[in-house]
Design a protein around this ligand. Sequence first.
Ligand code: G3P
Ligand code: CA
Length: 301
Amino acid sequence: MAPEPYPEGRPVQVVAHRGASEDVPEHTLAAYRKAIEDGADALECDVRLTADGELVCVHDWRVNRTSNGRGAVSSMELADLAALDFGSWKGQSTDPEAPERFAGDRPGSGPDGRGEPSGSGEPSGSGGPSGGPGEHSRVLTLRRLLRLVAETDRRVELAVETKHPTRWAGQVEERLLELLAEFDLDRPAPGTPSQVRVMSFSARSLRRVHQASPGLPTVYLMQYVSPRYRDGRLPAGVGTAAPSMRIIRSHPDYVARLHRAGHQVHVWTVDRPEDVELCVRLGVDAIITNRPRRVLAQLGR
Ligand code: G3P
Ligand code: CA
């Protein structure tokens, strides 16, 4: 059966979670290029601060799961991270053919490897439009991701999640805003939709962003609904709610409550077709998914 057309006037945004991370190692430049090729409306990334003050796109506090290294991101410098392979784990764990696609694609081994960490904090070279060598396995800086977004010939939005912001007492947000300012993305003109939004499980982190740059949209991630926000209100300084799919499955009426309180609703992580269907039925504003191509196909786009 052909997918039902998308509800008129209420387009749901499809956000690629960690890039097209079902197909390509998460948080690599190749994962984001693939998401853009797939037609994603927006890209989600997690950012952490390195020991030398760079923001890198890594989800876990340690590099153990997604690289061939060991240790905390916060105790490593960008050069340490750039020496690691962030691609091979993916093929090894899911796809028997993937090690050939991702392994050996090591930092420094291909045309992309010429650019080791520099003062600009950007370890990558240019690569080809569909992802050259190195892009599947190199640590990605937020600056490089911002450049990809700027280079893309259609509008792609970016949802940046601050990880472990409390440990750094404002430094993550400060660095993030500095980088956004480099790309002229920190202060969207009043009345125009911002290309970037900042997400966090920490209301304090979002408050910091809101205070420093009030025009930048803030998105509050929820793993559960605290009693004080059950009626749809959110912490001060927060514009959008991002409840988990688990919350939406057990409390589908929460979407309407948030909407009534004037908040957009972005749901994560929505991979199962029945979850996509539920989100569309409830009229959520954004679906955050590891598989943007499949979700877009389900939506008939
Ligand atoms: O986009 C929200 C989602 O990414 C939050 O959870 O753990 O995947 O960062 P996590
Ligand atoms: Ca995230």
